[in-house]
Design a protein around this ligand. Structure first.
Ligand code: CAA
Length: 258
């Protein structure tokens, strides 16, 4: 197992857990942390024994954004030629279901990382925001796109233009998070959700995720067609046989997972 310095990585049963761990910088996403999160997520994604991935931070901060001190002196030529932040695309491309468990600050890149996850569970202490405008930049890890798709133009525009933060209640009302839980229960709740997913057939869960994500990339007719073809292909799996047989035999299904 690779040695990580800015994150802690563990597996709990079939759930992979990535904990952001740069407490002195409120888990600001510097290059090292970015590389480590992406490496850990990709490794979990390749591991058929992992059926869901939880990403979390600390009580105070999920992540307070990209590391401003590291970015401060970068030039246009550097960020353009390196395609700065494009490494994060590999995180968004992970096929295994991902859950962000967010307490405290999820700002800038922190909000963007949370929004790259499939399910976003918020502690009552969570605060979301895209404050880049106050630094003379704009979101760079998909914030202007994913926030807009999640909460609509009205709130996304206001947040990206003013930098104002959104608390957990507002985030739930707006559709950014699936659920709010007391801060003390956040990890247990996220793990339970992850275990529920990981107990299902992994290839079928991957298809379900792919189908939902298709909604963001296609017309309704194309999306429905894509879904139907995937639905048809579930009938090629042992897990469809098992799932439906178990129902008719009035027992719990035992999925092969892969
Ligand atoms: N980058 C680097 N360091 C950060 C950081 C960041 N994004 N956020 C916090 N820190 C550091 C602080 O500099 C401070 O370090 P020192 O003790 O060495 O001074 C330490 O973390 C603790 O932070 P504060 O003392 O500021 O804590 P606070 O409780 O008073 O305030 C906060 C918390 C409101 C989140 C404040 O830290 C803050 O505003 N952070 C920056 C938020 C931000 O602008 N995020 C967007 C970054 S740009 C981006 O993300 C671009 C993109 O699209 C990817």
């Amino acid at each position: 197992t690779p040695k990580f310095e800015t994150i802690a990585v563990e597996t709990r049963g079939r759930v992979g857990v990535i904990t952001l761990d740069r407490p002195k910088a409120l888990n600001a996403l510097n290059s090292q942390l970015m590389i480590e999160v992406v490496a850990a997520a990709v490794a979990f994604d390749r591991d058929p024994a992992v059926g869901a991935i939880v990403v979390t931070g600390s009580e105070k901060a999920f992540a307070a954004g990209a590391d401003i001190k590291e970015m401060q002196s970068k030039t246009y030529m550097e960020v353009y030629t390196q395609d700065f932040f494009s490494e994060w695309d590999a995180f968004a491309a992970v096929r295994t279901p991902t859950i962000a468990a967010v307490a405290g600050y999820a700002l800038g890149g922190g909000c963007e990382l949370a929004m790259m996850c499939d399910i976003l569970i918020a502690a009552d202490t969570a605060q979301f925001g895209q404050p880049e405008i106050a630094l003379g930049v704009i979101p760079g890890i998909g914030g202007s796109q994913r926030l807009t798709r999640a909460v609509g133009k009205a709130k996304a525009m206001e947040m990206c233009l003013t930098g104002r933060k959104m608390g957990a209640e507002e985030a739930e009302r707006a559709g950014l998070v699936s659920r709010i839980v007391p801060a003390a229960d956040l990890l247990a709740d996220a793990l339970e959700t992850a275990e529920t997913i990981a107990a299902k057939s992994l290839p079928i869960a991957v298809m379900a995720k792919e189908a939902v994500n298709r909604a963001f990339e296609s017309t309704l007719a194309e999306g429905v067609r894509f879904e139907r073809r995937l639905f048809h292909s579930t009938f090629a799996t042992d897990d469809q046989t098992e799932g439906m047989t178990a129902f008719t035999e009035k027992r719990q299904p035992v999925f092969r997972h892969r």
